[in-house]
Design a protein around this ligand. Structure first.
Ligand code: HEM
Length: 508
């Protein structure tokens, strides 16, 4: 009997060892088939090869030139990351593997009591829940009929932008930090689309508090977190990013919850309002007792509301600040745009969305800005939901996939004078940002592409065009256009390292 037991144990041990060896061999085989990349160091991977002084998209692009111009592997600590750096590899990704690579890499700071994967569209894994959220945004939020109905809101927010700039500059005497004003405008716009509320109205202290907490969340979300690269540290939260972010999210949700309850009460009291806003739409889907395939809990509604602020404000601000900086850095483009505006919109007329189709140079300026300065230079990190083969290499399940659209937009094989700001190039080509042209993808491509393109393509030209139509702009401190500092820094989006300051002189 005992010898049978002994034999049994030996057999189990033998089979386990064989299985482990085979598994390891399969794992090694898979590792051997990974895309090329610099040799990783133990524990830290390639982190020290990234060059800390540079912005990550630049150092990734330089490494890609040496190790894998199309597709490259980098180990960020223990996080296996595949970087796509050419339009050919991007085409293969979005045409042939779009579904498998449509997962999301969710960073530590997003995993919390609130930012869970259920209620958020940005962090949701590809599947039923994401599909429902996505359908809601494309059919209810960013559909052209609703955007047409809300053009007065955007126009009002841009009027306020002009007014606040005029005031802050003392009618053309002082310089202003332009990015700050774009941020306020973008935030106020989303607040109005969501809640029909001016969150930045000096009378709304709750609005100002919400603004503060949302800003802090964006700041923490933009900080590199060592716990993402070394998961054994995640319980420690060594930089306190997760804890701080959750605190600010909790406060922001508390305030937004108040706005939501206010609305529920006013609809019970049948208070009349002119048009349906995003919150009205969300409340039609509210069902606290029956969270299910087509109903949202109050927490989910809170998450959706909050996500629109985080997704929409910094991206809009970054684009507008860079556009203004490039115009002031390149006086001939500035003059050309001014001339176009003067020809189409008379001096005492207001620039409106209906004019935009007749302003091709303005649209080209926005496109060229997004080519050189995509706010999300790696898109939002994707994740392989299963393993797949690309360009003859294996992308294992769970791998983080980054698409370096910054590098692709500056590829000298595609773009003539790739690093020069030349909006004219977009006057002669059909290339646009709707995800069909893999050499130019500031909004991404495929299933996870930005759902807000219809909104962004109205707001960006309207805000930029209006500021040029209403003011003449002079650089601060007598800086010459050629001497402007155009370096970049990376936060939640790609921003100008030195904030743009200029004096807005009102056009009488
Ligand atoms: C200049 C303006 C903007 C740019 C350049 C931009 C760019 C992007 C990019 C690159 C992605 C990720 C695509 C991917 O992962 O493949 C994205 C996703 C997203 N954007 Fe935008 N965006 C802008 C404005 C906005 C605005 C104004 C909103 C909302 C008010 C918004 C809402 C979203 C959402 C919800 C997602 C997640 C989509 C998903 O995961 O399925 N974006 N955006």
């Amino acid at each position: 009997m005992e010898s049978f037991q002994f034999l049994g144990i030996v057999l189990v041990l033998f089979v386990s060892v064989q299985w482990a060896i085979r598994r390891r061999r399969v794992d090694l085989e898979k590792l051997r088939l990974l895309p090329p990349g610099p040799t990783p160091w133990p524990v830290v991977g390639n982190i020290f090869q990234l060059g800390f002084v540079k912005v990550p998209h630049k150092s990734f692009a330089e490494l890609a030139l040496i190790h894998g111009p199309n597709i490259m592997t980098l180990w960020l600590g223990s996080m296996c990351t595949v970087v796509i750096s050419s339009k050919e590899a991007a085409r293969e990704m979005f045409k042939n593997h779009d579904v498998i690579l449509a997962g999301r890499k969710v960073y530590e700071c997003m995993k919390g009591d609130f930012g869970d994967e259920l209620g958020s569209m940005i962090t949701a894994q590809y599947g039923t829940n994401w599909r429902l959220l996505r359908k809601l945004s494309t059919t209810e939020f960013f559909v052209n009929s609703r955007l047409d109905a809300t053009s007065n809101i955007r126009s009002r927010c841009v009027d306020k932008l002009v007014e606040s700039i005029r005031e802050a500059s003392g009618n053309g005497v002082n310089s202003i930090d332009i990015g700050r004003f774009f941020f306020l405008m973008a935030f106020n716009l989303i607040g109005n689309l969501m809640f029909s509320k001016d969150l930045l109205d000096p009378k709304s202290s709750k609005g100002a508090e919400f603004f503060y907490h949302a800003g802090m969340v964006m700041e923490y979300a933009g900080k590199p977190n060592v716990a993402d690269f070394m998961p054994f540290l995640k319980w420690l939260d060594p930089q306190g990013i997760r804890k701080n972010m959750q605190n600010h999210i909790r406060e922001a949700f508390h305030i937004a919850g108040g706005f939501i309850e206010e609305r529920v009460k006013s609809s019970e009291e049948k208070v009349e309002r002119n048009s349906k806003d995003y919150l009205d739409v969300l409340l039609e889907y509210r069902g606290d007792d029956i969270e299910g395939p087509s109903m949202f809990s109050s927490t989910t509604i809170n998450i959706i509301v909050f996500e629109m602020f985080t997704a929409g404000t910094d991206t809009t601000t970054s684009t507008l600040e860079w556009a203004m900086a490039e115009l002031l850095h390149n006086p001939h483009t500035y003059k050309k745009l001014k001339t176009e505006l003067q020809n189409i919109v008379s001096h005492d007329e207001k620039l409106e969305e209906k004019h935009i189709d007749n302003l091709p140079y303005l649209k080209a300026v926005i496109k060229e800005t997004l080519r050189l300065h995509p706010p999300l230079p790696f898109l939002v990190p994707h994740k392989a939901m299963d393993s797949c083969m690309m360009h003859g290499y294996n992308i294992p399940k769970e791998t983080q996939v980054l698409v370096n659209v910054w590098a692709i937009g500056r590829d000298t094989n595609t773009w003539e004078e790739a690093s020069v700001f030349k909006p004219e190039r977009f006057l002669k080509t059909m290339v646009d940002y709707k995800g069909q042209h893999f050499e130019y993808m500031p909004f991404g491509s495929g299933r996870r592409m930005c759902p807000a393109i219809p909104l962004a393509s109205r707001v960006l030209p309207l805000a930029l065009g209006t500021l040029l139509h209403k003011f003449d702009w002079v650089l601060d401190d007598g800086i010459e256009p050629a001497d402007m500092d155009m370096s970049e820094r990376m936060g939640i989006t790609l921003r100008k390292a030195v904030p743009l300051k200029a004096i807005p002189i009102p056009i009488a």
